[in-house]
Design a protein around this ligand. Structure first.
Ligand code: HEM
Ligand code: SF4
Length: 588
């Protein structure tokens, strides 16, 4: 019997650890795309954040010998120098594009095989990596981009995110997982890193009466007692500020794709120094579940609950068996009241006289000049730090009060506005047909068209909304958790098939988290501005005071809203035609 796709994927992972194959891969890159082993091309390169991509106009495979590279940015934290390195690589090798992703990464496109050795070398020299950014392995660690800055946070959990990142990547134990494995760790109150849609999520909550040493221990920083005794690990990274110690709530099994599942809270609380061992133990638990290696489509951790009958109690028991200790029982920490946390604007930091400034990166697309401008802004007006958010935006922290307006002017000059319309703030998009071979529709350029149309039609729309676009059901752009989720679909027309979207409404995370509901299928992309305009006007006219769009959708019901979406009103403003493939220079 011929080998099936999953048998092949599993065999390749068993035969070789792609993390150890870099020297061989680099040698083959130097000989050009045609010289790359087909199994490397289709599988192993992903362990180094590399995917083949299309040519931007519909061709894939040998006709499009280009790569996309996902650069892993734990907790979204970048230095100005690192940002400059990525900007330079984008300019020199990536046709000036850089996409900020929903996991706080940056993706470069259009890379040619021969350039990859230099690109990876320069990333490494800058302290960056693409290791484990794609593939069946631990993906980028996400966290709050305001970690250590936000006066209301429970803790700056970013050192823990970095510690878990190091622990998972340093050891060869976690390269061969059934599929991708996503972790989020946040100390903020707003859960802006979307814990509920991660395989594992640690969310801080206050721990009255705990000692500070609990926190230092996890980082290898000796406690005062250890220091007195002359022992303890060498400091690897000092805590960045003094904060109250916390517990972490633990959720497992979240994920989207075509089978969305919100992570299950376990009835435990995790101490600071337990987070790294718990994260590694769950990675080990996941790795060893052979039942998750039978189907690629049902290989994520969530399928233990969805398909194999596991319960939260069973998961906890297996986790504790692996840990060799019992976790402290606790009622799950409640999810926060939903806030629109795109980090846009100017916020006072907990450090007196310092501000962070959040700029909008519509649909996550930057050009190299904008990326360099972020670095320049951080150097001139901040503390040479740039942070990326899960809503595909950028934040520059540590800006002195007297520099804030100069930075705002600098960012606006580079079309990175600090103030933006509801639609500019809320539109997010996956990679789409431009570069993704699984896509059925183009997304990035349509997102720009849609944003401009809605801005023009409803200029004073008062409520920020999440409008998320995906080019197929895989939901890389998270349509399940958006107010308006658009999932790419081909629509038959008299002139043949055209780009369209299924419209999903009413999704969102936090307290009362809900997945969006499919409300109207196969709407032509060209008709969406009219239909969404009608929907948003209906919401404005019918909402109760302060009623969120999500709550309005739940109250109105999908049948009523299907009728609103289904009637295309005469457009109140002239239509702009949407081109499926806009030349790249027009996109940036
Ligand atoms: C079976 C195939 C795939 C599935 C099921 C899938 C699913 C997903 C999901 C659910 C996310 C959500 C991110 C989150 O957890 O917040 C994601 C992220 C993403 N996916 Fe995919 N995806 C697939 C293939 C691809 C391909 C082929 C591409 C492009 C070439 C792609 C590009 C992205 C990007 C850019 C992100 C952003 C997040 C990141 O930095 O990790 N995906 N994917
Ligand atoms: S959602 Fe589909 S089209 Fe968009 S990047 Fe993911 S796999 Fe590609």
């Amino acid at each position: 019997m011929p080998e099936t796709a999953i048998q092949k994927a599993e065999r390749l992972k068993q035969e070789q650890n792609p993390w150890n194959e870099l020297p061989r891969l680099l040698a083959s890159f130097r000989r050009g795309a045609a010289a790359i082993d087909p199994d490397d091309l289709s599988h192993r390169l992903r362990w180094w954040g590399l995917y083949t991509q299309g040519d931007g106009a519909g061709a894939f495979g040998a006709a499009a010998p280009y790569f996309m590279l996902r650069i892993r940015i734990p907790n979204g934290l970048l230095t100005a120098a690192q940002t400059e390195t990525i900007a330079a690589l984008s300019e020199e090798f990536g046709r000036g594009l850089a996409d900020v992703t929903v996991r706080q990464n940056i993706q470069l496109h259009w890379l040619e095989a021969e350039a990859l050795p230099e690109i990876l070398e320069r990333l490494e020299a800058a302290g960056l990596t693409s290791k484990s950014a794609c593939g069946d392995d631990p993906r980028n660690l996400t966290g709050c981009p305001l970690a250590g800055l936000d006066a209301t946070e429970y803790a700056d959990a970013s050192p823990l995110a970095l510690a878990v990142n190091r622990a998972l990547l340093a050891s060869g134990d976690y390269y061969n997982l059934p599929r991708k494995f996503k972790i989020s760790i946040t100390g903020c109150r707003d859960w802006c890193s979307n814990p509920e849609i991660n395989d594992v999520a640690f969310t801080a909550f206050p721990r009255p009466g705990a000692r500070r040493e609990d926190r230092a221990g996890a980082l290898g920083v000796p406690s005062p007692a250890e220091r007195q005794a002359g022992g303890g690990a060498q400091p690897r990274q000092a805590p960045r500020q003094s904060i109250e110690p916390v517990w972490f709530g633990l959720r497992v099994g979240g994920g989207l794709s075509n089978t969305p599942f919100l992570a299950l809270p376990l009835p435990v609380k995790v101490a600071w120094q337990q987070v790294v061992p718990v994260a590694c133990a769950i990675a080990g638990l996941y790795r060893d579940r052979q039942e998750l290696r039978q189907s690629r489509a049902q290989a994520r951790l969530k399928f233990l609950f969805l398909k194999h009958g596991w319960t939260a109690a069973q998961f906890q028991a297996e986790l504790e068996r692996r840990l060799g200790f019992v976790l402290e029982p606790s009622a799950p920490d409640p999810a926060p009241v939903p806030e629109f946390r795109d980090h846009l604007g100017i916020y006072e930091q907990k450090q007196a006289g310092r501000y962070c400034v959040g700029a909008s990166v519509p649909r996550g697309r930057l050009h190299a000049g904008q990326l360099a401008a972020l670095a320049e802004g951080a150097r001139r007006f901040g503390a040479s730090e740039v942070r990326l958010t899960a809503m595909q935006n950028a934040v520059i922290p540590h800006v002195a009060e007297g520099n804030v307006m100069a930075l705002v002017g600098h960012l606006e000059h580079w079309e990175l506005p600090v103030r933006a319309s509801a639609f500019r703030r809320g539109v997010m998009s996956c990679t789409g047909k431009e570069f993704c071979k699984l896509a059925v529709t183009e997304t990035k350029s349509f997102a720009a068209t849609l944003m401009a149309e809605l801005e023009q039609r409803l200029p004073d729309f008062p409520v920020p909304l999440r409008v998320n676009l995906n080019g197929c059901p895989n939901s890389c752009g998270q349509h399940w958790v958006a107010d308006v989720g658009l999932q790419g679909a081909r629509v038959k027309t008299t002139n043949g098939p055209a780009d369209g979207f299924d419209v999903y409404l009413g999704g969102g995370l936090g307290a009362g988290a809900r997945l969006s509901q499919k409300t109207l299928g196969r709407v032509l992309a060209t008709e969406l501005p009219d239909r969404l305009e009608a929907l948003f006007r209906h919401y404005l006219a019918g909402r109760q005071p302060d009623e969120s769009f999500r709550d309005f959708v739940a109250r109105a019901g999908t049948a009523a809203l299907e009728a609103v979406l289904g009637t295309v009103p005469a457009a109140e403003t002239p239509r702009r035609e949407h081109q499926t493939f806009v030349p790249v220079e027009d996109l940036v």
